[in-house]
Each structure stands twice: as structure tokens, then as C-alpha cells.
Design a binder for this molecule. Structure first.
Ligand code: SER
Length: 598
């Protein structure tokens, strides 16, 4: 079964259980400064898991594109990917454990559905600790369906608990499903540590909120969040033993082989490089394909993208791919675009952008790569004062490779590991901070980071963002559109299309319109309607963003109307005083405003 068929079958199955299909959210979370990428379907749904009504109802299903850089070191094995598609079904305060588990079981084993043999399945449940009891309800549900006791393992929080990805937020015990991918018969007793058991689906029972003080309290509504890994299940259904053998990934990997002239039986190292390149080029193409226009840089998502692309280039070199001045990454991205463009039309629409950015980044890195590698070898070969060989790269060595040759620290660590030496990474971080180049560290921290921050201040700033958008249209013209938004509890950041610096008078005028509206204490109301109706009534939509058929529209009195998932304050009197801190260029034809509420 192809991945497209699998996705359709899954969504149909859950539609038959009264779920509404919703579109995949963007890979780059909006209004959530705590994560760089959407790492799971739950990120865009956090406000709804917390009780905010979802325009499509209480039972949803989706196919969400995700990026997890936390798994980057595992890429190269049979089943870990940084970019992947995840199917999910959601209960927002409706059905709970028993239904979720019985539907998972029915979809996996039912004759009309995946028809997988039950003797190759095993599950894990939460073992219980001081915060929450052992999940006997989940285990009993599996037992009732015919899963043998030997195939049910109870594990602790590290394995059987999902969320909050950050400090606080919705979370709960989960129950994971595993499939036996070994050639032999599946062992009678399930050992979750055996690599032949591959996790394919996860049912999360979100019933707690983790608080700031580390305690867990029951959520107002009990939710279900499930995630089925498309590539892994496709692998199982196609009788393959690693995800790189499924149609799309296989095609990308074969192209890498061609470009690098790898033939015959690749060595273990070659397989590793081929898989890393395959995974990273797909992830990079999807990041560049996002309408928010992320480009390789030393900041946030741009840094992750840079890391991916530069790692691809080094591994192409390891494979012996010849570079004759024509960048290789755009050729690979073309394959990714063609494979996915029907399902993800934005990739085709942004083809030129994707190829140009890859070309630019590859050309730039190629300028320093060879000399950087020579420098690395020289450093490794040098002896210390006592005439001893290197056992570690100093912070100065690492910083030199970073600063002068553009080697991401993770690449330096990878090179060092291959030579069996270590790197003074902590020292590098100090050095890095000294040079005041923000954000790479921040980026990683944030990536591990948290869920949507729906704190009071974030909500207020979100409402202020709508006011700002409207005030900009009144002062600068109706064609002003949101090109991006990012809110932290400290400030809002708003990007819009405009091609010159704003004058101080314009900035004053914008501020005073917003403050006037706040004084008028307008009500903020939400209504649901079809996307067409919303457009007809003149509701603003973000340029290039995809919307589901039914949307929420937030109106601020008669002043502003916008398609938006919320949440927002109920009345503008909650906001305080609005002040613009900064107005600057963000990209060609795009300006950026940072503003606060005092
Ligand atoms: N959030 C869970 C996961 O990503 C289920 O969707 O595994």
C-alpha cells in the first residue's frame, strides 16, 4: 500500500467514526515561540486541548507534517527521520481510552483496513508513579481485544508519557503500538528494547496539566491525541525493513546514489550517509517550502535548515560525489518536489525559491568546506606541548572552524567523533556567547522547548496583533497583509508586506489608532463559518496560509475581522497601553514591527 492510500484509508476510517478531517498546520508554528517546528500534531491544537472550542468540532483527524531534530542522531538507522508525516485522531473532551484503543486496534487489524496480523503486534502502557496511577484501563482495553499479557509492557514516564514538551501544559499517559519487523517469527514475550519491534502508533490520553511547580492537576477536559507514523506503517505494509525502502524515500535515495556514483553493495558508512542525505534533503525542501520564507541563517529555524544543508554537503563529499561548480542539493530537492507536489502544492509553487536558496547555501559553504576540512585535519594532527596527540578539540579550535569556515558545531562534533576525539562544546558555547551571536543555543533549547504559551500576556498580545494589522491597513493601505507573526510573553512581532521604512509620523498614527480602540473597550467575539463566507465578509487571512473549510473568525467590534484560531481576550479594556518598540526590514519587501503592551 502506498503512503497516499494509507493516509486516505486512515482518514476515511476516522470519518466513519464521525471525525472531521482538518488540514495539516504549517511546519513553522504560529504564535508559539517555545518551539521552532511543529513536532507533533498537538502543537497547533493546544488551545483546543485546553478547552477552547474548535471550529470543526470535538472529533478531528488529520495528517500533520512534523520535524523533530531531537532524533537527528538516530537518522541513519531503519526508522528514525527528522521530517515525517503523522496521522492523528483527536478527541477534544469527548471519547477516551477504551474507544481510542479499540479504534486503533480495529484500524490496524480489521480486514477492511490494514489487516495486520495480531501476532506481530505489541503494546506499552504507563507503569504508574507518584503523579499518576498505573494505566490498567488501557491495558485491560488491549486485553479485551485479544492482546496477550506477554505482549503488554508497562513503562515509566520516559517512555509512556507525552507532553508537555516544555515546562507546562496538557499531558498524560500514553499507550504505544509496536510491530515486529524481524524476519523470524515475533517472540512470544515483547521486549521493547529489541530494535525489531518498531513503534508505529501512539495513543495519548491527555488528562493532566503540568503546572509551574511541577505538580499535575486533572485537565478540565480529557482528550485523546494519537499519532501514527506514516513512513513506518507504510514500511510495514510494504514488507520492508527500513523506511528508506518505501516509494518516495527510495526514489530520493536512489538519486543520491546516482549523483554520488555509489554502486554495488554500499558499505555501512555509505548507507549511513545515503540515509542522512535522503532524510535531510526532504526536511530542507519542506522547510523552504513553507510560506513563511525561512532561509538558511544562524538563527532559529534558519539555523536548523543550515545545519541540514551543510550536513548533506559533507556527506555527499564523504560518498565521493563530484562537485564541478554546479550545486547538487537543488537537483535532489527537485526530486523531492516532484514526489510530493500533488499532496503539497506549496512545494511546486515555491520551487524557484527552494532551488535558489539551496544553490546559494551550497555555493557559500563549498567556498570554505575544503579549507575547513584541511584545517580540521591540521588541528587533529597537531601535538600538544608535551608532544601528545589530541584527545579533544579546544574551544578555540571549535570556534575557529565555526567562525571562519562555517562549520555548525554539530558538524564539528560529528567530525571529531569520527576521529574518536571529543570537543569542548561547553567552552565553544562560552566563546560563542562572547561573540554575541545569539540564538543557535536558544534555537536548540527552544526546539526541545514547550507548547503554545497561552498565558494571559500572550493572549493579550495576540489580540493586539489583530489591532496592529488593521491600523497598518488604515495608515499604509489596504494591501497590507500579515506575512508572519511571533508572540512571546514579552512582545509581539509582526511581519507585513511593505517596501520602505515607516516614518515616525506613521508609527505614531498606528500606535494612536490601536490605543484609541483599546480606550473604546470594544468586545472581541468569535464566530464560525465557511472559509468562503469569511472571505466574503472581508475577514483577513494570512497570505499563503492554508485554511480548513470551516474557520473561526475573530471580530474586534466593527474594527477588525480576522480568520484565526485564537485565543483572544474578551474585551479590549484588558490590554493596557500599546507601544511600538522597533520597525525594521525583515526581508525584501517585508517590514517587521516589534511592539509591547505596557
Ligand atoms: N503526540 C503524540 C506523538 O507525537 C501522539 O500524536 O507521538
Amino acid at each position: 500500500m502506498k503512503t497516499t492510500q494509507l493516509k486516505e484509508l486512515y482518514l476515511k476510517f476516522f470519518e466513519s467514526k464521525n471525525h472531521k478531517r482538518i488540514a495539516s498546520a504549517s511546519l513553522i508554528p504560529e504564535n508559539d515561540p517555545s518551539v521552532l517546528f511543529t513536532t507533533a500534531g498537538m502543537h497547533p491544537l493546544v488551545p483546543f486541548l485546553l478547552g477552547h472550542p474548535h471550529p470543526s468540532g470535538k472529533r478531528l483527524c488529520d495528517n500533520q507534517i512534523c520535524i523533530r531534530t531531537g532524533d537527528i542522531d538516530e537518522v541513519g538507522d531503519a526508522s528514525h527521520l527528522t521530517f515525517f508525516e503523522m496521522l492523528g485522531n483527536w478527541s477534544l473532551g469527548e471519547y477516551f481510552k477504551e474507544e481510542a484503543i479499540s479504534w486503533s486496534f480495529e484500524f490496524l487489524t480489521g480486514k477492511d483496513w490494514l489487516n495486520l496480523p495480531i501476532d506481530k503486534l505489541a503494546v506499552t502502557c504507563f507503569a504508574g508513579d507518584k503523579d499518576a496511577p498505573r494505566d490498567t484501563v488501557a491495558a485491560n482495553s488491549w486485553r479485551k481485544l485479544g492482546v496477550a499479557d506477554d505482549r503488554i509492557a508497562f513503562l515509566q514516564k520516559e517512555d509512556n508519557w507525552w507532553g508537555p514538551a516544555g515546562e507546562i501544559g496538557p499531558c498524560g499517559p500514553d499507550s504505544e503500538m509496536f510491530y515486529w519487523t524481524g524476519h523470524d517469527l515475533a517472540p512470544k514475550v515483547f521486549d521493547p528494547k529489541d530494535k525489531h519491534w518498531v513503534e508505529i502508533w501512539n495513543d495519548v490520553f491527555m488528562q493532566y496539566n503540568k503546572n509551574k511547580d511541577g505538580t499535575f492537576t486533572p485537565l478540565a477536559q480529557k482528550n485523546v491525541d494519537t499519532g501514527l507514523g506514516v513512513e513506518r506503517v507504510a514500511m510495514v505494509l510494504q514488507g520492508k525493513t527500513n523506511v528508506y525502502e518505501i516509494h518516495q524515500l527510495h526514489k530520493i535515495l536512489e538519486t543520491v546514489k546516482e549523483i554520488a556514483n555509489v554502486s554495488g553493495h554500499p558499505t555501512h558508512e555509505q548507507i549511513n550517509s545515503l540515509r542522512i542525505i535522503t532524510d535531510h534533503i526532504r526536511a530542507s525542501t519542506f522547510i523552504l517550502g513553507d510560506h513563511r520564507g525561512i532561509t538558511p541563517s544562524n538563527m532559529d529555524q534558519g539555523y536548523i535548515l543550515r545545519r541540514f544543508v551543510r550536513r548533506i554537503i559533507r556527506h555527499l563529499r564523504l560518498l565521493g560525489a563530484k562537485y564541478s561548480g554546479k550545486p547538487l542539493t537543488p537537483m535532489l530537492a527537485e526530486v523531492v518536489i516532484d514526489l510530493y507536489k500533488d499532496e503539497y502544492p506549496m512545494l511546486n509553487e515555491r520551487r524557484d525559491f527552494i532551488l535558489t536558496e539551496l544553490k546559494r547555501e551550497e555555493t557559500k559553504f563549498r567556498e570554505t568546506l575544503e579549507n575547513g576540512l584541511k584545517m580540521f585535519d591540521k588541528i587533529v594532527a597537531s601535538k600538544d606541548k608535551e608532544g601528545q596527540s589530541k584527545t579533544a578539540l579546544s574551544k578555540e579550535d571549535a570556534f575557529l572552524l565555526y567562525q571562519s569556515y562555517g562549520f555548525p558545531i554539530e558538524m564539528i562534533e560529528e567530525l571529531a567523533k569520527e576521529q574518536k576525539i571529543s570537543v569542548d562544546t561547553a567552552g565553544f558555547e562560552e566563546e560563542y556567547k562572547k561573540h554575541q551571536e545569539l540564538s543557535r543555543v536558544g534555537a536548540e533549547k527552544k526546539f526541545k522547548g514547550g507548547l503554545a504559551d497561552s498565558s494571559e500576556m500572550t493572549t493579550k498580545l495576540h489580540t493586539a496583533t489583530h489591532l496592529l494589522g488593521e491600523a497598518l491597513r488604515q495608515v499604509l493601505g489596504n494591501e497590507i497583509k500579515q506575512k508572519g507573526s511571533n508572540i512571546t510573553p514579552e512582545r509581539l512581532r509582526f511581519d507585513f508586506n511593505f517596501d520602505r521604512k515607516l516614518t515616525p509620523e506613521e508609527i505614531k498614527k498606528i500606535e494612536s489608532i490601536v490605543n484609541m480602540k483599546i480606550k473604546e473597550a470594544l468586545d472581541v467575539t468569535r464566530s464560525e463559518m465557511s472559509f468562503e463566507q469569511a472571505k466574503e465578509m472581508g475577514a483577513q487571512a494570512e497570505f499563503g496560509a492554508k485554511y480548513p473549510p470551516i474557520v473561526s473568525v475573530y471580530c474586534v467590534g466593527e474594527f477588525s475581522k480576522e480568520i484565526c484560531g485564537g485565543p483572544h481576550v474578551g474585551n479590549l479594556r484588558e490590554l493596557g497601553h500599546f507601544k511600538i518598540l522597533k520597525e525594521e526590514s525583515s526581508a525584501q519587501g517585508v517590514r517587521r514591527i516589534k511592539a509591547v503592551l505596557e
